[in-house]
Design a protein around this ligand. Sequence first.
Ligand code: SF4
Ligand code: SF4
Length: 141
Amino acid sequence: MITLSHANRLPVTIQYPYEKLITSERFCRRIHFEFDKCIACEVCVRVCPIDLPVVDWKFEMDIRKKRLLNYSIDFGICIFCSNCIEYCPTNCASMTEEYELSTYDRHEFNYNQIALGHLPMSVIDDYTIRTILNSIQRKTQ
Ligand code: SF4
Ligand code: SF4
């Protein structure tokens, strides 16, 4: 009976990269960062277990405020715990569903504010691939 029940089952293997799973709502991967919203408070650095975000700022005497110069995160080291996102007071950082971060040069994992500012294309909008729901998403539908 078990063998017969498996005969009618759809294949569980995803034919990547022609097929991709639709990520779950709280999926944690590449961080998106909004430079204009950042106040250079460095809370993200203090809550990061490995002090990873690099916040480069300058104190402007005339306006008596910090001015953000550069912001970067090295995804070769990041453990995607999302602490920096949870504690950011201005919500300038958020998780995206981009998980395809492989590269031949590990230095390319170090994303500056320009690279962090790009929003990835959703797998649902990519007409070149077939999207698959994961088992939990299938059960809740
Ligand atoms: S916690 Fe948010 S506002 Fe503060 S430096 Fe980090 S990203 Fe910028
Ligand atoms: S996701 Fe976690 S490890 Fe990565 S930069 Fe944010 S706090 Fe640090």
